[in-house]
Design a protein around this ligand. Sequence first.
Ligand code: ZN
Length: 292
Amino acid sequence: MRCILTLLLAFLIPLIAEEKPNIVTANTIVHDLAQRIGGDRFRVTCLLQPGIDPHLYQPVPSDVQRLAQARLVIINGLGFEGWFDGLAREAAFTGPVVVAKAGITPRMMGDHDHPGVEVPDPHPFNAIIHGVTYAENIRDALVAQDAAGAEGIRQRAAQVIGELRDLDAWARQSFAVIPRERRVIVTHHDALDYFAQAYGFRIAAPMTALEDGEPGARQVADLVTFIRGTGATGIFLEYGKHPGLVTQIAREAGVRVGGGLYLDGLGPDGSPASTYPGMFRANVETILAALR
Ligand SMILES: [Zn+2]
């Protein structure tokens, strides 16, 4: 009997302590949005820490546990978290999976390993105006989980969306002073296509958008030629990525590296990029400083 009581308590205590619905997020960008929009109505935890590469992440046993206890999961989608389906199967997670990018028309790109095959680019969030769609999707998913908190969720979402729209307008205005021919950016991986489309940039990178495969000597040489040909000064490292390739290419092209960008997630706590709006603002400022 005593044994049964102990067992019962062991199950009940976590249930009593766990009053708020448990939301698990699969990357730091949707995590920040979910926290801001959810306010104190949810317990939101992220599988990834800042600086961990979402493309190359390998889930750990504690992720299985966290997912098994989640009411709702929020992911970016478009293959950004290619490891997620396997993790969900392992955790036998059958709850709702919110795809934050839903509704954004994907931009297609070539697949490194399969010539002729096109796959969607998973980085819409780097054009902050697409973050509005992310915020709307997260808002609707949270409202569906918490009817009593709906008004607050909608208010916080409206505030976030306003902030994202303001940032988009600020970026447009800031880039307007950079002549078109100077709007060239080289990064470690091909994460700025939506950004380039939104703000009128040409982009190039040694690594593909999904970071599959390594570039050959020919591709590196082509990039050096591209930088020399365009007179590009916007050559950037990326937070959370090995600096080797970009440093080598910049050296061979005879140009200076223009700082670091945050293209797959937030920066660490205390950095200017520790929030999604902050990440975008930091990127725009770094790009402006290198191109002016
Ligand atoms: Zn990426």
